[in-house]
Design a protein around this ligand. Structure first.
Ligand SMILES: C[S@@+](CC[C@H](N)C(=O)[O-])C[C@H]1O[C@@H](n2cnc3c(N)ncnc32)[C@H](O)[C@@H]1O
Length: 255
């Protein structure tokens, strides 16, 4: 059910928005006054903009805005792009979604409200150090580092493009308490952290919990966004009031 909501539902909404926008454009075109003529490019851009607007109403994640906007243009003019553009697009995707095939962990991002809830938890528990295992584009690292200047925040990432972009992001944010490391989360020593955050997928959770049990100190926290550790009761579940009703599963390490 969770996989349907997260992966399939947004694309079904995209299809719905595009279909609705196309129907409206086709209905409007014959009504245009004499002399109002637009090239197909402008019509398709208008259709994409309408679809993007519907996407906002349906609360699609913001990443779908540019997809909605340019999708009709790309469908019609796909053969106008040179062949190498597809190779470049493929390479960029490969460098960004590096861990999708091997670790079965794709890239999707923690939203602002969830990062704020995580920062509040770090403050409440007096954490001095926090790691985001698989830190993506560095959103969590930057937001928590800003909200908690006394906490040393580390992002651990191996997707080359995500790593480079998040490094740049941290440098631009001038957050002195934030760092991004190019390292596999499996090689990171979790003993260094008071709070370890992850937003991965169901696949690595059992192995990650075993690693946390081996390495993390008693009383420290493993917090998983959305994905549970099977057969382990969390100490607490934080329900975030965001569009996707995020649940943060908080596991406390026992002595
Ligand atoms: C769902 S994204 C979460 C991104 C970020 N933590 C956030 O919440 O916005 C998961 C990230 O984990 C990274 N990842 C997956 N396996 C990894 C590994 N073994 N070591 C480091 N990063 C990994 C992926 O490249 C991806 O960027």
């Amino acid at each position: 059910m969770l996989m349907f909501r997260r992966h399939l539902l947004p694309w079904l909404k995209v299809l719905l928005c595009q279909g609705l926008a196309l129907a409206i454009v086709l209905a409007l075109l014959p009504m245009l006054p004499e002399g109002w003529r637009f090239g197909p490019g402008w019509v398709l851009l208008f259709e994409g903009a309408l679809a993007a607007l519907f996407g906002l109403v349906l609360r699609l994640p913001r990443i779908f805005l540019p997809i909605q906007l340019f999708l009709p243009l790309l469908v019609l003019y796909s053969d106008a792009l040179p062949g190498w553009a597809y190779l470049v697009a493929f390479l960029l995707c490969l460098l960004l979604y590096w861990n999708s095939a091997t670790e079965q962990v794709p890239l999707y991002l923690t939203n602002g409200r969830t990062a704020a809830a995580l920062a509040a938890l770090a403050r409440e528990r007096g954490a001095r150090s926090l790691a985001d295992l698989g830190s993506g584009l560095g959103d969590v690292v930057v937001r928590v580092a800003r909200a908690c200047p006394d906490v040393a925040v580390a992002g651990i990432e191996t997707a080359p493009l995500a790593f480079a972009l998040s490094r740049l992001r941290v440098a631009l944010a001038r957050a002195g308490n934030a760092r991004i490391h190019y390292r596999s989360l499996w090689d990171e020593d979790l003993a260094a952290y008071d709070l370890v955050y992850c937003f991965l997928s169901p696949v690595p959770m059992p192995k990650l919990y075993e690693k946390a049990l081996r390495e993390m100190r008693p009383g420290t926290l493993l917090v998983s966004n959305s994905f549970i550790v099977p057969d382990v009761a969390p100490e607490r579940v934080i329900e975030v009031e965001d569009g996707r009703r995020t649940r943060l599963h908080v596991y406390r390490m026992r002595g």
